[in-house]
Design a protein. Structure first.
Length: 275
């Protein structure tokens, strides 16, 4: 992506280069995760733009190469689905630099574990067909980020997300945790930045205020399909309630969050859940 100088940035900003795109009002910045949790998917769904944070350090204890799958009958019955990952530069390897250690074996594991958990769902057959391009991608790439980002796209497509995707590695921003996020949000022309509960613990609002960007805390409800939203993959919710019902939940939550209301859900996709 070739950046274009559109206009001068505020004093002390990272630079005056913005990509050529119609600016969105709401921005979310998140690392590429393997079949992300429902909480992460909901945050992306509520945004006009998802900036894929792909040039930060890979963390094995995070969700970049793994996800928790939960039983349809009980969200407390979980199993890790992980893909073997090689770090060419050791602990300093970035997410975009991480490589699949055994792509063929990873492909089989992803397909098998998803089928083991969700083949009983009435929503599994169409989802299985959507999985095919992702599984085929293991045969043409060894880049972890290719797989994890595609897995997120798959889930966003399931719920009809109309937004756009950018990559932090394509954009120019200053260092410093909060400053970098603020600069990246500014590059999309955002007026609102969605911040998860983890980010709210360290975020420095002043960095965003300098760009006239409002920081909105993004929290999910605690009942129904949302009970396990921060622990297990959103695949479970899709297989439990179906894409249409999950989309209604996401739309309802988006409306409440953007209005500054407490996190609430419609209850339409509560379904059987023992979370």
């Amino acid at each position: 992506m070739t950046p274009t100088r559109l206009f001068s940035a505020p004093v002390s900003t990272a630079g005056s280069f913005r990509p050529e795109l119609p600016y969105g009002e709401v921005c979310a910045i998140h690392q590429p995760n393997l079949f992300p949790r429902l909480s992460a998917l909901a945050k992306l769904y509520a945004a006009d733009y998802w900036i894929v944070l792909d040039d930060v350090q890979f963390a094995r204890r995070d969700y970049q190469h793994r996800t928790r799958l939960a039983s349809l009958d009980d969200s407390r019955q979980t199993q890790w689905l992980s893909v073997a990952t090689h770090l060419p530069h050791g602990r300093s390897t970035s997410i975009r630099g991480a490589r699949l250690a055994e792509p063929g074996r990873c492909r089989r594991r992803v397909g098998q574990l998803l089928a083991d958990h969700y083949r009983r769902s009435v929503y599994w057959p169409p989802f299985k067909r959507r999985l095919e391009p992702l599984l085929a991608r293991f045969e043409s790439t060894d880049r972890l980020a290719d797989i994890t980002e595609l897995s997120t796209h798959l889930l966003l497509e399931e719920v009809g997300w109309p937004g756009r995707v950018l990559h932090s590695s394509d954009l120019f921003a200053r260092g410093g945790r909060s400053q970098r996020l603020a600069d990246l949000a500014w590059l999309t022309g955002a007026t609102t930045y969605l911040c998860g509960t983890g980010g709210m613990r360290y975020l420095e609002p002043a960095a965003f205020q300098a760009h006239s960007i409002k920081v909105l805390p993004f929290r999910t409800p605690a009942s129904g399909i949302w009970g396990s939203a921060r622990e297990v993959s959103a695949v479970r919710a899709l297989m439990l309630a179906g894409p249409t019902a999950v989309r209604l939940e996401l739309e309802t939550l988006k409306a409440h969050v953007l209005a500054g209301d407490p996190a609430r859900s419609s209850g339409a996709a509560s379904g059987p859940d023992t979370s």
